[in-house]
Design a protein around this ligand. Structure first.
Ligand SMILES: CC(C)(COP(=O)(O)OP(=O)(O)OC[C@H]1O[C@@H](n2cnc3c(N)ncnc32)[C@H](O)[C@@H]1OP(=O)(O)O)[C@@H](O)C(=O)NCCC(=O)NCCS
Length: 255
């Protein structure tokens, strides 16, 4: 595992990226030690056993190894008391009987990369990454389902695919901050663009007043929105977004 240094994306909120050997290394050559390192919850053990394609199985396990490495770097000795799990919606959570209140966490995997956003306050966070792949423009076009999004993508002459992929990561990151499942389809999330500032809106009464902080990032690919962080270290071209839904703050303070 290659864990890059974190980037402070918002106050008390850091983005971590880990890269894994895609082929014969890491969890493939030594699944026992990878499993021990991953410290899977009971729910994750079941999921890991059920995954069939070897690549998915490996990606899943590697994402948990990355989480453990990040928790260790973020929390030091406290990390030993924290269990990474997911709730009934699939939303990742940190649990502890000894340390609390605990940080917020979000996770995304694409190709051999894993992104983890961790926040020391109570603002729900969401991260999404997409490794840059040959264009899936037809599929991606569905994501620009609102007129202003279509117009924004059309204005990005010559780089529509970059705009669409960016929009995709933004919406997925917003969706992850909502901590819901089927009750809010991605079509209820729209993005307004005004002179380089983008504002997510959720067309659902539970979230209509929601406010978001947005940070886009890229590694070795073109940024289509100003203020995008260009990561200095990486392994494979990717783009992504970290989103924070701003609610009443509540800090995690290490004892
Ligand atoms: C769940 C979903 C966000 C996964 O996105 P993805 O790009 O395929 O995969 P990512 O690696 O980026 O994210 C997966 C992680 O999201 C997190 N996640 C899953 N459900 C979540 C929820 N309800 N809330 C917050 N985070 C969640 C988990 O950490 C998951 O990792 P895990 O499966 O290893 O536990 C996505 O498939 C989805 O269903 N989105 C709902 C919105 C939608 O309809 N999107 C379709 C776009 S057209």
């Amino acid at each position: 595992m290659n864990l890059a240094d974190p980037v402070e994306v918002f106050p008390d909120c850091r983005l971590w990226l880990a890269y894994f050997d895609d082929g014969s290394g890491d969890s493939v050559s030594s699944p026992k030690s990878a499993l021990a390192e991953a410290k899977l919850s009971v729910r994750d053990q079941l999921r890991w056993q059920q995954y069939r394609p070897a690549t998915k199985k490996r990606q899943f396990l590697n994402s948990r190894r990355a989480v453990r490495a990040v928790l260790q770097r973020e929390l030091g000795d406290d990390a030993a008391h924290i269990q990474f799990d997911s709730d009934s919606q699939g939303c990742p959570i940190l649990l502890s009987q000894q340390v609390g209140p605990w940080p917020q966490i979000s996770l995304s995997h694409s190709g051999n990369a894993v992104a983890i956003a961790i926040s020391m306050n109570a603002f729900p966070i969401g991260v999404d990454i997409e490794v840059v792949e040959p264009l899936r423009a037809d599929a991606l076009r569905l994501i620009a389902s609102h007129p202003q999004e279509r117009a924004w993508c059309d204005r990005e002459t010559g780089r529509e695919s970059d705009a669409l992929a960016t929009l995709w990561t933004i919406k997925e990151a917003v969706w992850k901050t909502l901590h819901c499942r089927d009750e809010i389809p991605i079509s209820e999330i729209s993005i307004e663009f005004d002179r380089g500032i983008l504002t997510p809106c959720v067309a659902n009464s539970a979230f209509q007043d929601a406010k978001f902080r947005t940070q886009l990032f890229v590694f070795e690919c073109e940024a289509v929105v100003p203020e995008t962080i260009r990561l200095a270290a990486g392994d494979t071209p990717l783009r992504g977004c970290v989103m924070q839904r701003v609610t009443e703050p509540h800090r995690y303070d290490a004892p």
